[in-house]
Design a protein around this ligand. Structure first.
Ligand code: SF4
Length: 460
């Protein structure tokens, strides 16, 4: 079956329109749907047997930051006292050895992309970053200079010596969390930094010659206006970043802002939607293409090199205590928390771990046995990209059209004007309004089981 949607899609807004900022779906299912696996947990060698391993993605997670931003619910802690970063890298090395051994045995193992995320990977010193690259290359066998390598940094840790190590080891993308170029807004988001320091960091990154610069900005900060938002956008544009991510501010439980702010009024939704549209239109007018609700890419930016990893289908190896790994059957990681004391305890458990040969915490994608979760993940991760979903790929994997499996959900999206009736034949994609409502649309595609697990999760 192939369905077409009206070319002129109506924009339905009213009391029944879902709230636009419900859940940032950057991976499905979210870690709050993971649970401890029955002990002793499956052996990694068994989990990876028979899985395609020739285009894996490698992710190394560093759970340290020099400050805790007020909006952040990522798995990270402030500082690494008493040689904690050394002990963490020791554990990472042990884990890498165990995982590499588990991957060996059937078929070639190759990494098609690599990323260092966090936390703040550049919290590590230059020497520690050298060790991190050695772990990725020598322990895991990733050829960092031959594949896209993305690294996250904060302005204060993007120092010349660290950037030199990363550039020399093959980093192709440096992502800088700026959030706002207005000092008062940075303070309001509990990320105190001075614009002068941010500009100096950007100059160092450009001087290091890493091909792709990404700048993260946030809209919806207390006191931010359309004018001050424009000021941040223009300040970022002066650096001609190859990529810009525009994030709506979320106020989440147990984060610095969540402890004190009142949340949830429609007026705040409207304010953020207005800033989103203003930001999107500004970037489109300045030569950027929209790749997803949050991501914009300079139209003339150089290609990023070989990129044959497809996040909808391929396997991921995550190393570090906040990283996830994906096989086709199981998504797994370590325990997850946001509260500072809980995070510290999980990191301490990780650094004391000797045997990394089993998965301990996760969620089976085969639950229910009918492939429903895999279909949802494919649909979600395709639809939330501006390019949308290739029907032929979906049919090839699942033997039908998305409408055969998600007819009611897609009809609902169409009724709200969220689907692009002008999409090329064979492509299912969101309208501009659908992209704006990505964080409402995504959660509607969660399975009932994942939804139940997420709401049963107790934030800690
Ligand atoms: S937003 Fe980034 S820099 Fe800030 S606390 Fe979270 S991980 Fe650390």
């Amino acid at each position: 079956m192939s369905t077409t949607y009206p070319a002129a899609t109506p924009v339905a807004t009213g009391p029944d329109t879902p709230r636009p900022y419900q859940n940032y779906v950057y991976a499905y299912p979210h870690k709050t749907a993971y649970r401890p696996l029955p002990e002793p947990g499956p052996r990694l060698a068994e989990l990876w047997r028979g899985e395609p391993k020739d285009a894996l993605s490698l992710y190394l997670h560093i759970p340290f930051c020099d400050v805790r931003c007020g909006f952040c619910n990522l798995f990270t802690r402030i500082g690494a006292p008493d040689e904690l970063s050394t002990r963490y890298l020791d554990a990472l090395e042990r884990q890498a050895g165990a995982v590499r051994e588990a991957l060996a045995g059937d078929g070639p193992v190759r990494f098609a992309t690599a990323a260092f995320g966090g936390g703040t990977p550049t919290f590590l010193t230059a020497d520690e970053l050298t060790r991190l690259c050695d772990i990725a290359e020598r322990r895991m066998g990733a050829d960092l200079r031959a594949v896209p390598l993305s690294v996250e940094a904060s302005p204060s840790t993007a120092t010349a010596d660290r950037l030199a190590v990363l550039a020399e080891r093959g980093a192709t993308r440096l992502s800088l969390g700026v959030q706002s170029f207005v000092d008062a807004e940075a303070r309001a988001a509990v990320r105190p930094q001075r614009r002068a320091d941010v500009e100096a960091a950007l100059a160092r990154i450009r001087a290091a010659g890493i091909p792709v610069l990404n700048i993260d900005l946030i809209y919806g900060i207390d006191g931010q206006t359309e004018e001050s938002w424009r000021l941040s956008l223009d300040a970022a544009l002066r650096w001609r970043p190859e990529e810009l991510y525009l994030y709506p501010l979320y106020v989440r439980p147990l984060t610095g802002l969540g402890r004190r702010a009142a949340v949830g009024e429609r007026a705040w939704d409207e304010h953020r939607l207005g800033l989103y549209r203003a930001g999107r239109d500004h970037l489109l007018a300045h030569g950027y293409e929209q790749r997803s609700m949050r991501m914009f890419r300079r139209a003339d930016a150089p290609a990023q090199g070989p990129d044959d990893y497809a996040c909808q289908t391929d396997g991921m190896i995550g190393l570090g205590c906040g990283a996830r790994s994906y096989t086709s059957a199981l998504h797994y990681s370590f325990d997850y928390a946001v509260d500072a004391r809980e995070v510290r305890s999980i990191i301490d458990t990780y650094t004391a771990t000797e045997d990394f040969g089993r998965a301990v915490h996760g969620r089976y994608m085969t639950d229910g046995g009918d492939g429903d979760e895999a279909r949802r993940r494919h649909l979600l991760q395709s639809l939330l990209q501006a390019d949308g979903l290739e029907r032929a790929d979906y049919r090839g994997r699942f033997g039908g059209d998305p409408e055969d499996h998600f007819g009611a959900e897609l009809a609902g999206f169409a009724a709200r004007g969220w689907l692009d009736g002008g999409a090329p034949a064979g492509v299912l994609r969101l309208s501009p309004e659908g992209l704006a409502y990505s964080d409402a649309l995504g959660p509607e595609l969660f399975s009932p089981a994942v939804r139940a697990a997420m709401s049963a999760y107790e934030a800690r």
